[in-house]
Design a protein around this ligand. Structure first.
Ligand code: TRP
Length: 329
């Protein structure tokens, strides 16, 4: 069975866009692949989270993924910092990662621009740490969005370079996992563009009904169709797209027909959309809260994942050390 690795940044809560994007794909993958999903808490240190927040962030995102359906019996779910082998492999790979190529990485340049007072070495070597995450499990597939394509390209480069320098065919060269057409882009509530954390236009899985209603009622619309069968504008299409995922087809059809006849009332559309979003997210939210309060369960999941992931990582490290030439006396 092919091996898949994916890292999850412990920043912020899951929103509907994440759910219909990354999460749904993870749920599909865990049925057919040997999956390693981990919370990338080493990576999160590049932005200097306060020690009092770090564990809580990891815990929340773990609870949310479990509530959304990641299954610790099917996948290996672990915390990155539970695998010191990842740090060791990063140190070793760093010796063959060059300053020039690291500085040219788009994500490095972007972060250096965004946080000019904190351009730390961890930001620079972020792609090396990510490469270690992936090749330590000999992954052949990595699900990546557009923003991570270059990082995966770097992983392939570092893995190939290791194989070439040491004249071995050791590391598996990972391929991007392509979801093709199956990926639904969930729009935000601000009239244009997709749902995102930084855009502040999202609905969170853990959000309470009152807050969901308030956000949906404030969603951007337009001044309404003035002629029958006029083309649907972007803000309204966005609300229809959200309905497509949470509402019954008949409900969506009715509002589309009302739009075409110029009898649509956006207030009614939003009310219905808000209720359908709440119906969809309520059980997930309940599970998130139950899991987040269950110390024993979270500990068990983390421990199970750590054991499985560690076994694999330790084997890789042992072999890598031999290839490099470290020997016991
Ligand atoms: N860099 C990824 C992100 O920002 C997270 C990540 C870390 C990752 N290590 C990984 C993703 C390994 C895939 C594989 O989203």
């Amino acid at each position: 069975m092919e091996t898949v690795v994916s890292g999850i940044r412990p920043t912020g809560n899951l929103h509907l866009g994440n759910y219909y994007g990354a999460v749904k794909n993870f749920l599909k993958m865990q049925e057919n692949y040997n999956c390693y999903f981990f919370i990338a808490d080493y990576h999160s240190l590049t932005t200097h989270p306060h020690p009092a927040d770090l564990h809580g962030n990891v815990r929340q995102i773990l609870a949310e993924y479990l509530a959304a359906g990641l299954d610790p019996e099917k996948s290996t779910i672990y915390i990155q910092s539970d695998l010191p082998e990842v740090a060791e492999l990063t140190l070793l790979l760093n010796m063959n990662a060059y300053l020039g190529e690291l500085e040219r990485t788009t994500s490095f340049k972007e972060k250096a621009r965004k946080q000019p007072d904190n351009v730390n070495a961890g930001l620079l070597t972020y792609p090396v740490l990510m490469a270690s995450d992936i090749i330590i499990h000999q992954a052949s597939k990595v699900p990546v969005g557009k923003d991570q394509e270059q990082n995966l390209e770097m992983t392939r480069k570092f893995a190939n370079r290791f194989n070439r320098i040491y004249e071995v065919d050791y590391f598996t060269i990972p391929q991007p996992f392509n979801f093709g057409e199956s990926l639904i882009k969930i729009p935000g509530l601000d009239g244009s563009g997709k749902m995102g954390k930084s855009e502040g236009n999202g609905i969170y899985l853990a959000e309470d009904p009152k807050s969901i209603r308030k956000k949906v009622m404030k969603a951007v619309t337009d001044s309404g169709p003035t002629e029958p069968n006029s083309p649907v504008t972007e803000p309204i299409q966005n609300l229809f797209t959200l309905m497509e995922v949470v509402s019954d087809q008949a409900v969506l059809d009715q509002f589309k027909e009302d739009y075409a006849k110029c009898t649509i009332r956006y207030g009614d559309l939003k009310k219905k959309l808000a209720e359908d979003i709440i119906n969809f997210t309520a059980p997930i939210r309940e599970r998130i809260n139950a899991i987040a309060a269950d110390d024993a369960y979270l500990r068990k999941v983390a421990e199970m994942g750590r054991e499985k992931a560690h076994e694999n990582a330790a084997k890789t490290l042992k072999e890598v050390r031999e290839i490099i030439g470290f020997k016991p006396f």
